[in-house]
Design a protein around this ligand. Structure first.
Ligand code: DQA
Length: 150
């Protein structure tokens, strides 16, 4: 049976393509979903890709994932990365491994982006590769799940 991986995207990521293309590129959110789905198919993962601008919804998705049935997660908490203790606490309670991803490299941008509240419990962080950040994260998680390491 396929392993289940959730890809959870935070605020403003639904506007990819039109949003600051100089920073985030011209790929749309639909392109992001398609890239994750096709990587999932190649890797034998059942990938569910979601996006919300509502912090409570994001936290509830993390609670759902913590309750079971999700083998691994890819999190792009977007702006909440740098602001949200609530998202950080919900991510910290996950038993499943997660990789934090960013399209851009926050460390090469404004100073307020240099802090990640949400990476503290991540297995790893992949940033700066556009949609490839997600593909790389799914590859890394597929390897981890196959070898049983967390
Ligand atoms: C982002 C980086 C964050 O700093 C920013 O707030 C985002 C997107 C990224 O994917 O590069 O919304 O998470």
């Amino acid at each position: 049976m396929s392993r289940v991986v959730w890809v959870l995207n935070g605020p403003n990521l639904g506007r990819l393509g039109s949003r600051e293309p100089d920073v985030y590129g011209t790929a749309s959110y639909d392109d992001l979903v398609a890239a994750c789905k096709s990587a999932g198919e190649r890797l034998g993962l059942a990938v569910d890709v979601r996006q919300t601008d509502d912090e409570a919804t994001y936290v509830h998705w993390l609670h759902e994932a913590a309750d079971g049935g999700v083998d691994a997660l890819v999190l792009n908490p977007a702006a909440w990365t740098h602001t949200s203790v609530a998202v950080r606490d919900a991510a910290a309670a996950l038993a499943a491994p997660y990789v934090e991803v960013h399209l851009s490299n926050p460390l090469s941008r404004e100073e307020f982006r240099h802090v990640s509240y949400t990476a503290s419990h991540a297995t790893g962080v992949i940033a700066g590769f556009g949609l490839d950040s997600y593909r790389l994260a799914l590859h890394a998680l597929a390897d981890r799940l196959a070898t049983g390491s967390s």
